[in-house]
Design a protein around this ligand. Structure first.
Ligand code: UT7
Length: 319
């Protein structure tokens, strides 16, 4: 048993911010950002919250599938940027969409979060514990960014994507890995301690990143993990119809396509318009290509993501 995507949905904040707009308050330019990242604009929350975006994406996925919220068994939200620590975003989505019989919890694997959540849903469903699940990636990354740091503020965007899954017997295979030894490459210490006994030093509370190291890591592990997954299944990149990669940077995607010797036309992107939306990037992309009619019955797709942790994953799925 495995899973099949029955519906998809998304939600993005209204405000689009261009590179030129950013260049008014940090020392950067449209040319630099486009050349190094491929990003032209991103949507930034001006009040929209992670739970609100997640709830709207979830509602749209259920409408797309024609699914009844009261029959949902499980909701997993992948996020690393929730404004509210408790309760988890998934429980807030449960209330918002009226999925009162679902079990709901969040998962944080940074930008690889959506795939970790999808893999988790597959395990629950394949074991026969649940019949269906809503898996959501939702982020308001703009809350975690130092808007005077040009090395990070140009990269990220906000949004949420959701998929509604049901049990099926199509192939679904995944690999997921973590390397906590590299926890200093990309990190964010977000909250001040409220403890009356706390005597530590409060540190930098924004996303901090060694961009070059992340670039090297991403191009290596995504290529290796996809190759390993395909080798295990006796497949080659030629057998794959579409590669849906975490949308961090166009140069990363182009490098991976070259290393896999897979045509770049098989790699749809949204990073140009949405920036790096962390765990939301892959479900936002799935929703876009499904709505464009590009996801066809029987297609083999590979998804792969990477992020802070470091974490990474690849999965193979039949549409
Ligand atoms: O989900 C995972 C998220 N993270 C990523 O995907 C990041 C992966 N890494 C990257 O995409 C790239 O490393 C970046 C786009 C972040 C940076 O590109 P780069 O080619 O590695 O540039 P760099 O850090 O080597 O910087 C080159 C120059 C530096 O100036 P000097 O030292 O050569 O004078 C930087 O200070 O560019 C400067 N620079 C900028 N200039 C204009 C850095 N950021 C900017 C900027 N605008 N926004």
């Amino acid at each position: 048993m495995s899973i099949r995507i029955m519906g998809t949905g998304s939600a993005i904040p209204n405000k689009a911010v261009t590179n030129d707009e950013l260049s008014r308050f940090v020392d950067t330019s449209d040319d630099w950002i486009k050349e190094r990242t491929g990003i032209e604009s991103r949507h930034i929350a001006t009040g929209e919250t992670v739970d609100e975006l997640a709830g709207n994406a979830a509602r749209n996925a259920l409408l797309d599938a024609g699914a009844d919220p009261s029959k949902i068994d499980m909701i997993i939200v992948a996020t690393c940027s929730a404004e509210q620590a408790l309760p988890c975003i998934a429980c807030q989505v449960q209330k918002y969409i009226g999925a009162y019989s679902a079990v709901a919890f969040d998962l944080n694997a940074a930008c690889a979060g959506f795939l970790f959540a999808l893999n988790t849903a597959d395990v629950y469903i394949s074991k026969g514990i649940y019949k269906n699940a809503l898996v959501i990636g939702a982020e308001v990354m703009s809350n975690m960014i130092n808007w005077s740091d040009r090395t990070t503020c140009i990269l990220f965007g906000d949004g949420a994507g959701a998929v509604y899954l049901e049990r099926d017997d199509r192939p679904f295979k995944f690999i997921q890995k973590s390397n906590g030894l590299k926890d200093d490459v990309l990190f964010c210490w977000q909250r001040d301690s409220m403890s009356a006994f706390y005597r530590g030093v409060q540190t930098y509370k924004y996303v901090s990143m060694d961009g070059k190291e992340v670039f090297r890591f991403a191009t290596r592990v995504v290529t290796d993990t996809i190759s390993e997954l395909l080798f295990d299944e006796g497949l080659s990149p030629d057998d794959i119809d579409m590669f849906l990669l975490h949308q961090a940077n166009l140069r990363i995607i182009e490098t991976i396509s070259k290393r896999l010797k897979a045509d770049i036309s098989k790699f749809p992107t949204n990073v140009e318009r949405l920036g790096n939306t962390s765990s939301a990037s892959i479900p936002l992309l799935i929703d876009e290509i499904r709505k464009e009619g590009r996801l066809k019955e029987g297609m083999k797709i590979v998804m792969s993501g990477f992020g802070a942790g470091l974490t990474y994953s690849a999965c193979l799925m039949e549409v």
